[in-house]
Design a protein around this ligand. Structure first.
Ligand SMILES: Nc1nc2c([nH]c(=O)n2[C@@H]2O[C@H](COP(=O)(O)OP(=O)(O)OP(=O)(O)O)[C@@H](O)[C@H]2O)c(=O)[nH]1
Length: 158
C-alpha cells in the first residue's frame, strides 16, 4: 500500500494524485456454525498470487454487491449462497488499483466447496495459521477479533 491519503468519496481524484476510478469488489466472509471462517489463496496469474484473502471479486456492470458475490462464489467455489449480510466497507489504495471492498457475512450456502481456480482454502479461527495475508484482508481479522473478544495478533505472516 502507498502512504497517499485516501479520499472519502472514492470517485473523486486524490489530492496530488491522478484521477483513479474506484473498483468495487464484493467479498464474502463465510462463517460456519462453529465460528470458523473460510479463507482462500489467490490463484497463480493474479496480483498477489498466493496471498490469503476472503473469496470474492469485482462487480460487473449493473450488478449489486450481493449479485456479484453470488456469481463470484459460484464461479470460484461452486457454491450457491443464501442471504449476504452487508457488514463493512473498506477503501484500499493499492499500486495496481483503488478498490472498495464490500464485505458481507454469509451463514448459509449449499454445495460442496470446489476450488475452480486451483486456489487453496482453509477454515480458520483466530489467529490464522496460513499466510501471507493480503493487506486488504488484515482489517477483517481485526473486526472479527473485536466481535469475538480475541486479543493479540490475528495472523503471523503478512
Ligand atoms: N476477493 C478479495 N479481494 C480482495 C480482498 N482484499 C483485497 O484487498 N482485495 C482486492 O480486491 C481486488 C479483487 O480483485 P480480484 O482479482 O479478486 O477480482 P476478480 O476475481 O473479479 O478478478 P479478475 O478480474 O482477475 O477476474 C484485488 O485488487 C484484490 O487485491 C479480499 O479479502 N478478497
Amino acid at each position: 500500500m502507498t502512504s497517499t491519503p485516501l479520499v472519502a468519496d472514492g470517485d473523486r481524484p486524490r489530492e496530488g494524485g491522478a484521477d483513479r476510478a474506484v473498483v468495487d469488489v464484493a467479498v464474502g466472509v463465510l462463517i460456519r456454525p462453529d465460528g470458523r471462517f473460510l479463507v482462500t489463496s489467490r490463484p497463480e496469474g493474479k496480483v498477489y498470487a498466493g496471498y490469503w484473502e476472503f473469496p470474492g471479486g469485482k462487480l460487473e456492470a449493473g450488478e449489486t454487491v450481493e449479485q456479484a458475490l453470488r456469481r463470484e462464489l459460484h464461479e470460484e467455489l461452486g457454491i450457491a449462497i443464501g442471504a449476504a449480510e452487508p457488514w463493512k466497507v473498506e477503501l484500499v489504495d493499492y499500486p495496481h488499483a483503488l478498490v472498495r471492498l464490500n464485505f458481507c457475512k454469509v451463514f448459509d450456502w449449499t454445495g460442496e466447496l470446489q476450488m475452480r481456480e486451483a486456489q487453496s482454502f482453509a477454515w480458520q479461527g483466530l489467529p490464522l495459521d496460513v499466510g501471507p495475508v493480503l493487506p486488504g484482508t488484515v482489517p477483517v481479522l481485526g473486526w472479527l477479533a473485536a466481535e469475538r473478544g480475541f486479543e493479540g495478533a490475528t495472523f503471523s505472516v503478512a
